[in-house]
Ligand binder design. Structure first.
Ligand code: ATP
Length: 283
């Protein structure tokens, strides 16, 4: 398996500690990494890939790691390195507070709107960055956002993200898709673009203001797309400012991709909403 030397890490520099969770490709552990250059120890997360993983899956994981390595942003989980030999280990930045969805559910009784819009602005910021490098993430959802501190969330899980070619639309060929988060063109034609990321960002904002509730509960995947095509949208969460909700409903969730705002335009709006909420808090 081909991996650049500068992201290889010697396994003996890592001590695995507690199990954090399990995913499709293996378990994730908290671990200590001793940096060979500075001798400093840091706490990290290690994805231990299953030993019986298919070669194709190993290739996917490596692809994810080499993508992640190119991204440097305050709100994107960073890759520290890879132990390549089986079992492959991906060494990544640890998010001590875990998944955003669980965090929102656990802390819902005290989380102020100020924090919710802060999280929305940080994820938007990370997408402005990704789109500026012509990447589409394709799996933007609260389950793929990690909480590093009570004031800082980061986008993770680049398993599905792709560089766009010249026509700026990527057609997915296989695999299960998260239907309830997807733009209509992604469901109908498996088309992914910056505009479909924008739609998903809207669903993710909805999840944040709904404090970790999943979208379209009790509605089947097949019915969701039918409702959307008939004009139905997720309803305004109690905590979401109505003007911001209207922006989601009328602009971000426009059926036609070209009618949606760009992530840069959305960032401008999110910053305005954030300023308003912050002002209300001061008064
Ligand atoms: P998939 O298998 O599709 O990637 P997943 O997100 O469930 O889905 P992992 O990314 O392997 O799988 O994550 C497994 C668990 O470990 C999840 O609960 C996730 O929140 C946690 N986790 C993953 N990365 C980190 C991290 N950097 N810091 C803290 N917890 C993490």
């Amino acid at each position: 398996v081909q991996v650049d030397n500068d992201i290889r890490i010697r396994r003996e520099l890592i001590t695995l500690k507690d199990l954090i969770g399990g995913g499709q490709f293996g378990n994730v552990y908290k671990a200590i990494y001793q940096n060979p250059e500075t001798d400093e120890k840091m706490t990290v997360a290690v994805k231990v890939c299953k030993t019986d993983a298919e070669p194709a899956d190993t290739q996917l994981i490596l692809q994810e790691s080499s993508l992640m390595r190119n991204f440097r942003h305050a709100h994107i989980i960073s890759l520290i390195g890879v132990c390549v030999d089986s079992p492959m280990w991906l060494v990544i930045e640890l998010a001590p507070f875990g998944e955003l969805r669980e965090y929102l559910q656990q802390e819902k009784d005290w989380l102020p709107n100020k924090t919710l819009i802060l999280f929305c602005s940080q994820i938007c910021d990370s997408l402005v960055y990704l789109h500026s490098t012509r990447f589409v993430h394709r799996d933007i959802a609260a389950r793929n956002i990690l909480v590093c501190s009570p004031q800082c969330v980061k986008l993770a899980d680049f398993g599905l993200s792709r560089a766009l070619d010249y026509d700026a639309v990527y057609t997915a060929s296989r695999g299960k898709l998260p239907i309830k988060w997807l733009a209509p063109e992604s469901v109908n034609y498996r088309q992914f673009s910056m505009a479909s990321d924008v739609w998903m960002y809207g669903v993710c904002v909805w999840e944040i203001f709904s404090l970790g509730i999943k979208p379209w509960i009790g509605v089947s995947n097949a019915d969701v797309i039918m409702h959307i095509e008939q004009g139905a949208r997720l309803q305004c969460p109690d905590k979401c400012p109505p003007s911001f909700y209207n922006f989601l409903r009328n602009r971000i969730w426009a059926i036609e991709p070209h009618k949606r705002p760009t992530i840069d335009q959305i960032f401008g709006i999110v910053c305005d909403v954030k300023r308003q909420i912050d002002r209300n808090f001061e008064n």
